[in-house]
Design a protein around this ligand. Structure first.
Ligand SMILES: *Cc1c(COP(=O)(O)O)cnc(C)c1O
Length: 533
C-alpha cells in the first residue's frame, strides 16, 4: 500500500470497516504498465468479474480500456460506465435468453459463443429479431498455458468448444442463418506470472486463427487471445516481467497485424489491472490466546475476501497484511488473523508475522482489488457487501455503500406463516406478489423522486411526508407505473388519495388492479377452453 496513513485512517473514520480501499494512482499505473507492454494493435478488454465497481470501470474506460462481461448485470454496469457497445464483448458458458437479446439490442462487438447449442439458439433469436448476431467462437484448445496454476482450457472444462470439433465444424457455423462469425476466442488460465507462457499461449491462438482462416478462406475480424496475467501475492512469487513480456509480444502481434490488418486483436485482463490498487481494511477487535495460538479477531473475513482466506485453494498462503496504526518498530509477533464468521477456516492469514497488535488496530490486506467482494460469499451470516471507497487526488469517494442489515432482511419475501403451513396456497402466492410489487414500486419511486440508492423505503414509508411526493410527482409516478409495470393501468374511478398514503397502500392498489387482470385472463382462458370443448 502506498497511500498515506492519514488518508487510510480517514477512510476508516468516515466509512468504518470492513472496507475496500482503492487507490486510483495504482489502478492507473497498473493499466498503463500493461498498455506499455503491448503494441498499439492490441486492444485491452477489462474483465468485469474481477471487480465490477462502476467507478473503477469508468476510470478504466477513461484510460482506454474496453470491457468483457459475463452477465446482464455486468453488461448494464459497462453501459452505465459509458463503454460503447462496440467495445464490449459478452461471454460465459451459459447465457440467459434475455442476455442474448440485450447483447444483440445494444450491439456488442461480439457474443462469445461457447457451444454449438448456443450457436443454434442465437441463430434462431437473431432470426426472430431480424438481425445478424456477431459471434466469436470460444475454443478450448489442445494446449494449456504452462504457467497457469488455474487452467481453464487444454483440459476438460465447461468452457468453449473443443478444438478438434470447432475446426471440423467451422463451415457449419459460418453457414448458420443470422450468424456472423467474427473470429475466435481462447482463454486458457489465470494467474500467469511467466512472460514466456503468455507468449506461448498467444502464439498458439494466433496460429489457430491463421490455420482456420486459410482452411476456410476467411477474413475474420477478431481474435481474442485471452490473457490471465498474474500479480504477486505471496512471498515466493515474482512479479510478471513486463519488459520481457513487451520484448516477446511486440514482434508476435505486429507480425500478425501485418498479415491481418483488419482483425481486432483482443487481450483480456482483470487481475493485473485491478488487483494491486485495492486493500481490504479491517479492524482488530479482540486478541486472545487459544490452544497455543494467538488470534487477532477482526471484523472482516471470508465473506469480504474469500481469496485471502484461501477459498478454492488447496494450499493456503497468506496475502501480505500490513498494520496501518501504531508504530512500525514494534517487535514482530505471530498471529492467526481471523474474521467474524462461525467457521474455523475463516482466517485472513495464518501464522502471520506482523508488528505486535493491539485491540483497535487497523490492518490492510493488500493486493485485494481483484476477486474481492465479487468472488466472496458476502451474504454468509447475512453480513452483506462491505463498503468500497476510492482514493483519488487525496479525496475519498464512497463508490459502493455497505449493505445494511435491513436491506438484507428485506430481500427475503415475507410469506405469511399460515400460508406456508397450508392455510391456502393462493394467500401465499399473493403475499409473495405483494412483496415483489413493493420492491418494484420502491425502485420506481427512487427514480421518479430522485432518491439515492440508500434511502430506506419500506412498506410503511409515507409517500408524502417521508419521500416527498407532491401532486406533480404523483402524476409522473402514475405514468412511470403504467410504463414499467406490465398489465397495470390506472383507473381514475377506483384510485383515491388514500391509496397514496404509504408504499403498502399504493402497492395494494397496484396488486388489486393487476390481480383482477390476471383473473380476467384466466377467466378468458377458461372460456376459450370451454368453447373448444
Ligand atoms: C476470469 C476471466 C478473465 C480475467 O482473468 P484474469 O486472470 O483476472 O485477468 C478474462 N477472460 C475470461 C474469459 C475469464 O474467464
Amino acid at each position: 500500500m502506498k497511500l498515506s496513513k492519514a488518508l487510510v485512517l480517514q477512510a476508516k473514520a468516515t466509512f468504518g470497516t470492513p472496507t475496500y480501499l482503492y487507490d486510483e494512482t495504482v489502478l492507473r499505473s497498473s493499466f498503463n504498465e500493461l498498455r506499455d507492454a503491448l503494441p498499439d494493435c492490441v486492444d485491452i478488454f477489462y474483465a468485469l468479474k474481477v471487480n465490477p465497481n462502476l467507478s473503477l470501470v469508468k476510470l478504466i474506460r477513461s484510460y482506454g480500456g474496453n470491457t468483457e462481461v459475463c452477465s446482464l448485470g455486468e453488461l448494464e454496469i459497462a453501459l452505465k460506465a459509458g463503454v460503447p457497445a462496440q467495445d464490449i464483448i459478452f461471454l460465459g458458458p451459459y447465457k440467459k435468453p434475455e442476455e442474448h437479446r440485450r447483447a444483440l439490442e445494444v450491439g456488442v462487438f461480439a457474443i462469445v459463443v461457447e457451444s454449438e447449442t448456443e450457436l443454434r439458439k442465437l441463430s434462431a433469436l437473431a432470426g426472430e429479431l431480424g438481425c445478424d448476431a456477431p459471434v466469436a467462437i470460444r475454443i478450448n484448445p489442445n494446449f494449456s498455458a504452462a504457467g497457469s496454476p488455474w487452467k481453464m482450457g487444454g483440459r476438460p472444462t465447461h468452457f468453449g468448444i473443443q478444438e478438434d470439433t470447432a475446426v471440423e465444424h467451422f463451415a457449419e457455423y459460418l453457414a448458420l442463418p443470422n450468424i456472423k462469425v467474427k473470429g475466435i476466442h481462447v482463454y486458457n488460465g489465470t494467474k500467469i506470472l511467466d512472460a514466456q507462457s503468455v507468449y506461448d499461449n498467444a502464439a498458439y491462438i494466433l496460429d489457430l486463427f491463421r490455420s482456420l482462416s486459410q482452411r476456410y478462406q476467411l477474413d475474420m475480424r477478431m481474435v481474442d487471445v485471452g490473457g490471465g496475467l498474474g500479480i504477486k501475492y505471496y512471498e515466493n512469487e515474482k512479479e510478471l516481467d513486463t519488459a520481457q513480456l513487451k520484448a516477446l509480444l511486440t514482434p508476435l502481434f505486429n507480425a500478425f497485424h501485418q498479415q491481418f490488418p483488419r482483425t481486432r486483436i483482443i487481450l483480456e485482463s482483470g487481475r493485473f489491472i485491478a488487483g494491486k490498487c485495492g486493500s481490504l481494511l479491517v479492524t482488530v477487535d479482540t486478541i486472545k490466546d487459544n490452544h497455543g495460538k494467538t488470534f487477532a479477531v477482526t471484523d472482516g473475513g471470508t465473506h469480504c475476501h474469500g481469496a485471502a482466506a484461501g477459498s478454492g485453494q488447496v494450499l493456503k498462503r497468506n496475502f501480505r497484511i500490513v498494520k496501518v496504526t501504531g508504530t512500525s518498530d514494534a517487535p514482530l509477533r505471530e498471529y492467526h488473523i481471523s474474521g467474524p464468521l462461525c467457521t474455523p477456516d475463516d482466517l485472513l492469514g495464518r501464522d502471520v508475522q506482523i508488528e505486535t497488535l493491539e485491540e483497535g488496530d487497523l490492518l490492510a490486506v493488500t493486493a485485494s482489488g481483484a476477486y474481492g467482494p465479487s468472488a466472496s460469499p458476502t451474504l454468509f451470516h447475512s453480513h452483506g457487501h462491505p463498503a468500497e471507497v476510492l482514493v483519488s487526488h487525496d479525496q475519498l469517494f464512497l463508490v459502493r455503500a455497505r449493505q445494511t442489515a435491513l436491506e438484507i432482511r428485506d430481500s427475503h419475501a415475507d410469506v405469511p406463516l399460515e400460508a406456508m403451513l397450508g392455510a391456502g396456497t393462493v394467500a401465499g402466492s399473493v403475499a409473495a406478489a405483494q412483496v415483489a410489487t413493493q420492491r418494484q414500486l420502491s425502485d420506481i419511486l427512487r427514480v421518479v423522486l430522485n432518491l439515492s440508492a440508500d434511502t430506506l423505503i419500506d412498506a410503511d414509508s409515507r409517500l408524502r411526508d417521508d419521500l416527498g411526493l407532491d401532486s406533480l410527482t404523483s402524476m409522473e409516478l402514475l405514468i412511470s407505473l403504467e410504463d414499467e409495470l406490465e398489465g397495470f393501468f390506472v383507473n381514475p374511478d377506483t384510485i383515491t388519495p388514500g391509496h397514496f398514503n404509504t408504499v403498502a397502500s399504493l402497492a395494494g392498489y397496484i396488486d388489486a388492479h393487476r390481480q383482477t387482470q390476471a383473473v380476467r385472463h384466466s377467466t378468458e382462458a377458461v372460456e376459450v377452453h370451454h368453447e373448444r370443448v
